[in-house]
Design a protein around this ligand. Structure first.
Ligand SMILES: Nc1ncnc2c1ncn2[C@@H]1O[C@H](COP(=O)(O)OP(=O)(O)OP(=O)(O)O)[C@@H](O)[C@H]1O
Ligand SMILES: [Mg+2]
Length: 293
C-alpha cells in the first residue's frame, strides 16, 4: 500500500505508523507496515505488521467488549461506505472504520512492571507519578500491584508523566476516576490473558474518548506499539528485558553501532523476515487465531 494510492481520500492525520482518513463523520484508521526503533522510523517496512496491529486491536476490543465500549464501527471492507470500495485491496485486514470521539487529553498508562520512564522515575524518587513504591524494587521487577500512571503528550512526541491530581484538573474528578479504574481493570484482564499465553504485558497505554457522552476505548489497544511485550520464557528481573517484537531489530542496530541519529539504516532481509514472524506469532499466541493476510 502506498500513500499515493489512497491520496484520493481526505487525510485527517498521519502518525509514525498509522494514517487516519476522514470519512463523513467517521474516521478510517489504516495501519502501515512502518516500524520504529529507538524513536526513529526505519526506511525498511515489515510486511504485514500493520495487519497484525489492526487485527490484534480488534481482538482486544472484542475481548473487552463487556467491560468497555469501543470506537469500532466495522473492519469489514464490504461494509465500508461506497467511497472506499476502490481501495478495498489496500484496506483489507489493516484498517478499521471508527466513530470519531472527543478524546480525553491524557494517555492512560497502566504498569505492572518497572521499566522505561517508570524505572527512571523510581530510581530518582522511589515513586511514579506521585505513587509511592516500596524500596528495593529491581529494573523490570513486578510491582506489588498494577499502577495507573497518566501522561500527557508533549509537542515533541515524548510523553510527560503527570500526577493524578493534574489529570483531575485536565478532565475533572469524575472522568479521571472512571478512566483510572477502567484502565487498571482492562490492563489486569488483558495481562492475565497474555500471561497464560506466554507473553508479559509489562505496561500499556490506552486512549479514551467520549462518544455520545459515553466513555469509549479508542485508538489502538494492547499492541506491541502501544505496550511493552516481553517473552515470559526469558523473563529475568534485575535488568532490561528482551523485547518480544523488536529484539532482532534492536540487536541488529546495536551490532552495526548505529549512533541513533538520522538517517536510520535499512534492515537486511533476514532481520525483516524474523521480525515479521515475531509479529505474526504474537498475534497467533494472543488471539489463538491465524492472521488474515
Ligand atoms: N476514535 C477517535 N476519534 C478521534 N481521534 C482519535 C480516535 N482514536 C484515536 N484518536 C487520535 O488519533 C490520533 C492517532 O494518531 P497516531 O497514534 O497514528 O499518531 P500520533 O499519536 O500522533 O503519533 P505516534 O505515531 O507517536 O503514535 C491520536 O491523536 C489519537 O488520540
Ligand atoms: Mg499514537
Amino acid at each position: 500500500m502506498t500513500q499515493s494510492e489512497l491520496s484520493a481520500l481526505t487525510l485527517h492525520a498521519r502518525g509514525k505508523v498509522r494514517d487516519i482518513y476522514a470519512v463523513g463523520d467517521d474516521l478510517l484508521f489504516v495501519a502501515s507496515d512502518r516500524i520504529s526503533a529507538f524513536d526513529h522510523i526505519l526506511p525498511t517496512e515489515i510486511p504485514d505488521k500493520g495487519k497484525v496491529l489492526t487485527q490484534l486491536s480488534l481482538f482486544w476490543f472484542d475481548f473487552l467488549r463487556d467491560v468497555v465500549s469501543n470506537h469500532v464501527i466495522t473492519a469489514r471492507v464490504e461494509q465500508y461506505p461506497e467511497s472506499l470500495r476502490d481501495f478495498a485491496g489496500q484496506l483489507r485486514g489493516r484498517s478499521m472504520l471508527v466513530r470519531r470521539a472527543n478524546m480525553f487529553p491524557v494517555e492512560c498508562v497502566a504498569r505492572g512492571y518497572l521499566s522505561g520512564s517508570g524505572w527512571k522515575e523510581y530510581q530518582r524518587a522511589q515513586s511514579i507519578c506521585g505513587i509511592r513504591l516500596p524500596a528495593g524494587l529491581r529494573e523490570s521487577g513486578r510491582l506489588p500491584e498494577p499502577i495507573f500512571t497518566p501522561a500527557t503528550k508533549s509537542t515533541t512526541g515524548h510523553d510527560i508523566n503527570i500526577p493524578f491530581g493534574e489529570m483531575v484538573r485536565l478532565v475533572g474528578r469524575d472522568s479521571a476516576e472512571k478512566l483510572r479504574d477502567l484502565t487498571l481493570r482492562i490492563y489486569s484482564l488483558a495481562a492475565e490473558h497474555a500471561r497464560n499465553r506466554g507473553i508479559i504485558i509489562a505496561d500499556t497505554k490506552f486512549e479514551f474518548g467520549s462518544v455520545d457522552c459515553n466513555i469509549t476505548l479508542a485508538d489502538e489497544v494492547l499492541t506491541p506499539d502501544s505496550s511493552r511485550f516481553w517473552p515470559a520464557e526469558s523473563y529475568r528481573p534485575g535488568g532490561a528485558q528482551l523485547s518480544y517484537d523488536k529484539q532482532f531489530v534492536r540487536d541488529y542496530l546495536e551490532s552495526i553501532h548505529w549512533d541513533k541519529n538520522p538517517p536510520a539504516p535499512a534492515l537486511p532481509e533476514e532481520i525483516v523476515h524474523k521480525t515479521r514472524e515475531k509479529y505474526i506469532q504474537a498475534f497467533r499466541q494472543l488471539s489463538g487465531k491465524e492472521l488474515e493476510i
